[in-house]
Design a protein around this ligand. Structure first.
Ligand SMILES: Nc1nc2c(ncn2[C@@H]2O[C@H](COP(=O)(O)OP(=O)(O)OP(=O)(O)O)[C@@H](O)[C@H]2O)c(=O)[nH]1
Ligand SMILES: [Mg+2]
Length: 329
């Protein structure tokens, strides 16, 4: 059986690092749900290129514009799925390709994207600490607040006891999940907001697949992988990836929830390297590690999280669903 996944992720979202650590993890015996099949398609060069940097304890440079299409034959281990042969075709492309598709949808659709659109499952890779934000509604000015106060004197009397800006935000959202006061963007001017791009790509894929608006296709799983989870503020990370997605990335959450079967949709926090390789102390710990430092986290219920150190877990989940979360095979 050939099972194909498409990773959808903007520039620097963590696609290559995850694939590289997965490949290296297979060699190091840190991946438990798959093993490499004896017979491999093509040559190993594309994978070796991908993996060299992390083996040296650094992040790879950006994926070249021509992309890379490493293929890997895997076999399922641990009996969580009956058919045991899997072709992992994890095309690794430069994040800007997504931007091109976003801004010139009629010109940029290539054969490679057509192939990706026909994948069995979609894995959206988002790096929470590297999101080009949607434009934010600015906080009300003093003048606006004065007018509102005049209109609702009783209510505002209570509200002025707190910070005025906080008082306009629904109280059922905990403060740690509030958007940053000012939109932060390291990207060059004109870079489209990350989440809009992902939603637009999903819309294009849906249209290629002939899925009507709001139609929830059967047996198509969508995983949202929040990469570099180790870099997320620990008080926020503790509440787990489901809550993060719902409260921090509501546009993406709402779109996926309403266009795909909610039981075929799940969020993961994923730390491919387990820490920041640009931090010299961590880098030393990483290069001398004797066991996996990677981790995958998912929400079991409420804010209750479960962890696993096997980076193949989101792939296994995309193939077989929640059953793989129960078995620590
Ligand atoms: N702390 C931490 N940082 C990570 C991790 N994975 C990726 N990063 C950071 O994210 C950056 C981008 O990761 P890449 O894997 O190159 O991202 P990409 O999606 O392949 O990006 P392009 O090829 O440029 O489109 C890296 O240079 C790291 O700084 C992780 O597990 N932990
Ligand atoms: Mg890359």
């Amino acid at each position: 059986m050939e099972y194909r996944f498409t990773l959808l992720g903007a520039r620097s979202s963590g696609k290559s690092t995850w694939l590289a650590m997965l490949y290296d993890g297979l060699a190091r015996g840190e991946v438990r749900r798959f093993r490499r099949a004896a017979k491999q398609p093509g040559d190993r060069k594309a994978w070796e290129q991908l993996v060299t940097a992390v083996r040296e304890g650094r992040y790879a440079s950006r994926t070249p514009d021509v992309g890379a299409f490493p293929q890997l034959h895997l076999e399922v281990t641990g009996g969580w799925r009956e058919d045991t042969r899997v072709m992992l075709e994890a095309s690794d492309y430069l994040g800007e390709e997504l931007e091109r598709n976003f801004s010139r949808s009629d010109h940029a659709w290539t054969d490679a994207w057509e192939r990706r659109a026909n994948a069995d499952a979609f894995i959206l890779v988002v790096r929470p600490t590297h999101i080009d934000e949607l434009p934010q509604i600015p906080a009300p000015t003093e003048e606006e607040m004065r007018k509102v106060r005049a209109l609702f004197p009783g209510r505002l009397f209570e509200m002025t006891e707190q910070s005025e800006n906080e008082s306009l935000i629904p109280t059922d959202i905990s403060p740690q999940f509030l958007p940053p006061a000012a939109p932060r963007s390291e990207a060059p001017r004109g870079t489209p907001p990350t989440l809009l791009m992902l939603v637009e790509m999903l819309q294009m894929i849906r249209s290629r697949r002939g899925w009507a608006i709001g139609e929830r296709p059967e047996n198509v799983r969508v995983a949202v992988v929040l990469s570099a989870w180790d870099a997320v503020q620990s008080s926020v990370a503790r509440s787990g990836p489901d809550r993060y997605l719902r409260e921090k990335l509501p546009l993406l959450y709402d779109f996926v929830w309403s266009n795909f079967d909610p039981s075929n949709f799940r969020a993961f926090g994923l730390s491919a390297t387990g820490g920041d390789l640009d931090d010299e102390r961590f880098r030393r710990a990483f290069t001398s590690r004797t066991e996996a430092l990677s981790s995958v986290v998912w929400t079991a219920s409420g804010d209750d999280c479960r962890y696993d150190d096997d980076l193949s877990l989101p792939f296994a989940w995309a193939m077989a669903g929640d059953i793989v979360l129960d078995s620590r095979s």
